[in-house]
Design a protein around this ligand. Structure first.
Ligand SMILES: C[C@H](O)[C@H](O)[C@H]1CNC2=NC(N)=NC(=O)C2=N1
Length: 97
């Protein structure tokens, strides 16, 4: 059973994940990524999809041409969990590589 982060854990995570915003209504992390074009955006999504499947932890996301909007929350926990934090860090590594 994966546990929802408490307030302190959430604040610490948000400090570390400087580029991510917090969606209070969903108790979720959100971030938008812009790429040069659609192929770049979709290549990013493909890499993240493989990570998500390997981690068995999947983003809620949308893509419009060169933009990818990602929301991370843990359905099984009813909100933000350590899995979301780990996935956000992994996604940032993909975006930076
Ligand atoms: C059965 C499967 O392991 C679960 O449904 C996994 C799949 N991916 C998931 N992704 C997310 N974001 N939250 C979950 O609770 C979750 N649960």
């Amino acid at each position: 059973m994966v546990e929802q982060l408490n307030e302190g854990e959430r604040a610490a995570a948000l400090d570390r994940l400087g580029e991510w915003d917090y969606d209070e209504a969903r108790d979720a992390l959100t971030r938008s990524f812009l790429f040069a074009d659609f192929p770049e955006a979709f290549a990013f999504m493909t890499r993240v999809a493989l990570l998500a499947e390997k981690a068995d932890h999947h983003p809620e996301w949308s893509n419009v041409w060169n933009r990818v909007d990602i929301l991370l929350t843990t359905h099984d926990a009813g909100g933000l969990s350590a899995r979301d934090v780990r996935m956000a860090e992994a996604i940032d590594r993909v975006a930076a590589s």
